[in-house]
Design a binder for this molecule. Structure first.
Ligand code: ADP
Ligand code: ZN
Ligand code: ZN
Length: 827
């Protein structure tokens, strides 16, 4: 028998597989799967990992070389069995490592790392003559600070590294270095005041109060305190110190005196950073007949544990149907996970959920602070005793799939078609909808996918009976679908000098909107002013220095900017190549559209919603608020205007340049274009009055445009699916991308060719490429892609093993490119 137990640990690093450590035998009982453990890695680093399992002593490795774990920071496991299974499934399916999954799964505050701290050895004093200047400076700093991190020390020495100087101090017996876990999460504490136990008895309290006869301020504070603590009904509720100070102005000194005299005691208590989303509770809607049918279909699917697709046109009341499903789940004492593609664009929806289910709703997404995320995570763990409310309904982005859900009874995936569900970088490159489907199946709970424009994947699954289908084909309350019109830009008679961004029919519609005090949204999928600058004499187009991307002109600060890496230069006055002044702006971004509308409709109140106007915190909310309050007549924006906005006076939606969406070299381009245009159209006239949609395009006969005009979603889906079948694309095959990056273009080509040859040796799949995917250079690194098209009947495990081995081979060769897999890519 060994005197150690051996454990396998997931550490948050891109290492393949799990790492093995040992721990003294008496700790075995504490070492449960999912427990956090602090382990050494490399020469001078401690990391927080998660225990995967206890194992038998490894036979192929000298046991004394296995390292000891350093600490077990918690009493109970942080990660439950279902979560660990999710991690494993994800690492396997998405061809990444468990460590990469852990990185995504746990909020940063729960993954502390070590820092090297330099301490002064107490009582040791140097002979100043023996110290160099640097050593003396550091020594002096240590006598003041007692201990410093290595980076603080470097800063004091004004050097890149303090290692050499620290080493000298150590050799002279003046300092030691120690690894210390940095504490990333700090609970938020507040002082609470209580009556000491002996004063809870009435006569004693009276006597104590009498001693205050000559301290009127203290007496006043005590009297208010006694009321707040409800002493007279013997409740003795702890009173928050800041609250008492608010009630009695300038009470700080008096409170301190009272504590000193023993009339009050103070203790520090953790207070929560989270607030349940609350609102005046909204009454449930009475479902109309179509909605009731849809609900019944969803309930039937739930009983059969079958995933369900809720296909409902915009304004049909999908949200009301979700609400009934949620209510049913709560009635069964189960919790709900409500997934949304992106939080910023969902504030209206969250407010609505919070109104209906006041006090039960929590949110979770990556824009929250680290500490808030840790508190959400903690508040969902079993046995949580902290101050935060328990979120019965968790509304969140894809990362909330990783939370320690205890009692889940339903998952809703709203806007299931949205590409925002897919994580593109870094690994794990997982799809939130597909992961939710896995989780629901694994836990045996119902899942509802909802959309007005379902993904073709889900649509096919609903057609083949793999999913149940519930449909809502009319808008609630007989609100009509918007009137759809195309402006054929090729046939417009333009005035000389017109920039051809806004056609006469659109100007007229906007004028009518203004006259009738209605609002309009203008959708243009590019931000900035012009799309590019071009020289009419030499055709030069300025490019980013680091990427194979042309620069976009931003008029507000006169810059040419790369939208990929942020590189920016001042706009040159002349063509940098030939010095010609016939140097013009081509195409238009949202900034230019807004400027043009201002020229055409002076007096209209304009606003803009895009990445440039929403960088500031809360800017997004403020722009929407102004629109909701009617301070804005015309809102110009990118994709951000396409989702979820629901306003009373929204009448007109105009698509400025539909062609910009129609011609991407990507098998999903048509599907995306249709979804985006249908979603943005859905913003028009959602209330009593029929709205209007105007699409400006040079491709009036394009199938996507025809389908939109006729509200012919199903016809479009049928045709598009036929194409996918013919060309063997998803949902009829599985795709895997192998994305390669390397600083040297030739080396990259050479290796990719080799890899493609290897892959072609494996029977059954189709290998395409290597080829450039989008810009061939980004941030100074060259990109190539190999595409695998995999028939659905090929058994996955053997293929995936093959791919993993290929990846290992690539890693083993000199000057190898970086490779990452993208399983089920979205574009
Ligand atoms: P979707 O989510 O499908 O776009 P919503 O749930 O937002 O549709 O519904 C559109 C509008 O109709 C909302 O203002 C909603 O409150 C209202 N509505 C939908 N169904 C009902 C109903 N059964 N009773 C009352 N109002 C409803
Ligand atoms: Zn030129
Ligand atoms: Zn760039």
């Amino acid at each position: 028998m060994s005197e150690f137990v051996f454990i396998q640990v997931v550490v948050p690093q891109a290492l393949p597989g799990l790492l093995t450590y040992k721990a003294p035998l008496p700790l075995a009982k504490k070492l449960l799967p999912g427990t956090r453990v602090v382990v050494p890695l490399g020469r001078s680093k401690l990391l927080t990992g998660v225990l995967h399992s206890q194992i038998e002593p490894p036979e192929d490795f000298p046991l004394e070389k296995i390292r000891l774990l350093a600490d077990i920071p918690d009493d109970d496991p942080l990660v439950n069995a279902t979560q660990l299974e999710l991690w494993e499934w994800m690492a396997d399916y998405y061809l990444c490592t468990p460590g990469e999954v852990m990185q995504a799964a746990l909020p940063p505050g729960l993954k502390s790392q070590s820092r090297q701290m330099v301490h002064r050895i107490p009582g040791a004093f140097p002979n100043p003559e023996e110290l160099s200047d640097k050593e003396y400076i550091l020594w002096e700093a240590l006598t003041i600070a007692e201990s410093l991190s290595m980076s603080q020390a470097a800063l004091i020495l004004q050097q890149n590294s303090a290692a050499a100087t620290v080493k000298m101090l150590m050799d002279k017996g003046l300092a030691v270095v120690e690894l210390q876990m940095e504490e990333r999460f700090k609970p938020k504490m507040a002082g609470f005041l209580e009556l000491p136990p002996e004063l809870k008895e009435e006569t004693a309290l009276r006597a104590a109060l009498e001693t205050l006869s000559r301290a009127p301020k203290q007496l006043e504070v005590m009297m208010v305190f006694l009321q707040l603590t409800e002493a007279f009904s013997k409740k003795f509720i702890p009173v928050r110190k800041s609250f008492l100070q608010e009630k009695v102005g300038q009470a700080g000194t008096a409170i301190a005196e009272l504590i000193k005299k023993g009339l009050l005691t103070e203790k520090q208590v953790e207070i929560g950073r989270l607030q349940a989303q609350e609102g005046a509770e909204a009454k449930p809607a009475v479902l109309n007949e179509e909605q009731q049918k849809a609900l019944a279909a969803l309930q039937q699917a739930a009983e059969k544990k079958q995933p369900a697709l809720l296909y409902g046109i915009t304004g049909s009341g999908k949200t009301e149907v979700y609400f009934e499903c949620i209510q049913n789940t709560l009635n069964q004492d189960k919790d709900v996970l409500f997934l949304v593609p992106e939080i910023a664009l969902t504030t209206q929806l969250i407010d609505r959920i919070a109104l209906r289910f006041s006090g039960l709703v929590g949110v979770y997404h990556s824009h929250m602070s680290e500490a808030e995320r840790v508190e959400v995570y903690r508040s969902m763990q079993p046995g949580y005793m902290g101050p935060n409310p328990y979120p019965r309904i968790l509304v969140g982005t894809r990362s909330s799939l990783f939370l320690p859900h205890q009692n889940l009874g339903l998952i809703v995936v709203d806007e299931e078609h949205d590409p925002g569900y897919k994580q593109t970088d870094p690994a794990p490159r997982y799809h939130g909808r597909d992961t939710a489907l896995w989780l629901a199946r694994h836990r045996g709970i119902p899942i509802v996918l909802g959309s007005a424009t379902p993904s073709l994947e889900s649509w096919v699954n609903a057609q083949t009976g793999k999913y149940a289908l519930a449909t809502l084909l009319t808008r609630h309350g007989d609100v009509k679908l918007p009137l759809m019109e195309v402006v054929d830009m090729g046939k417009i008679q333009w005035e000389k000098g017109d920039d051809r961004s806004i056609s006469a029919p659109l100007i007229q519609e906007l004028q009518r909107c203004l006259a009738e005090r209605q609002q309009a949204i203008l959708f243009q999928n590019r931000r900035g002013f012009s799309l590019l600058m071009k020289c009419l004499d030499c055709s030069h187009v300025p490019q980013c220095q680091h990427c194979d991307i042309s620069l976009t002109f931003h008029k507000n600060n006169g810059e040419l900017r790369c939208h990929y890496c942020g590189y920016a230069v001042a706009k040159p006055y002349k063509c940098p190549a030939c010095k010609s002044t016939r140097w013009i702006e081509m195409g238009f971004g949202t900034e230019k559209i807004e400027e043009r509308v201002a020229e055409l409709l002076p007096g209209a109140k304009l606003d803009r919603l895009d990445l440039d106007t929403t960088r500031r915190k809360n800017a997004f909310k403020e722009i929407l608020q102004r629109f909701a309050e009617g301070q804005t007549d015309i809102l110009t924006g990118t994709q951000m205007v396409t989702k979820g906005l629901d306003f009373d006076r929204m009448h007109l939606v105009a698509v400025i340049h539909a062609d910009g969406l129609l011609y991407f070299p990507d098998f999903r381009a048509q599907e995306r274009a249709f979804q985006l245009l249908e979603q943005v159209s859905g913003r028009a006239g959602r209330r009593q009055r029929q709205g209007k949609v105007l699409i400006q395009t040079y491709s009036a006969e394009h199938p996507v445009i025809r389908a939109l005009l006729n509200h012919d979603t199903l016809g479009f889906y049928q045709r598009e699916l036929q194409e996918r079948k013919t060309y063997a694309y998803p949902p009829y095959t599985r795709l895997v991308y192998l994305n390669f990056r390397h600083a040297n273009e030739q080396r990259l080509h050479q290796i990719c060719q080799q890899v493609a040859q290897h892959l072609k040796g494996y029977p059954g799949w189709t290998v395409l490429g290597p080829e450039a995917a989008g810009p061939k250079k980004l941030r100074n690194r060259y990109h190539l892609r190999i595409i695998l098209k995999i028939p659905k009947n090929l058994a996955r495990p053997a293929l995936w093993d093959y791919l993993r081995r290929e990846a290992e081979w690539i890693k083993s060769i000199p000057s190898s490119p970086e490779l990452h897999f993208d399983v089920d890519p979205i574009g």
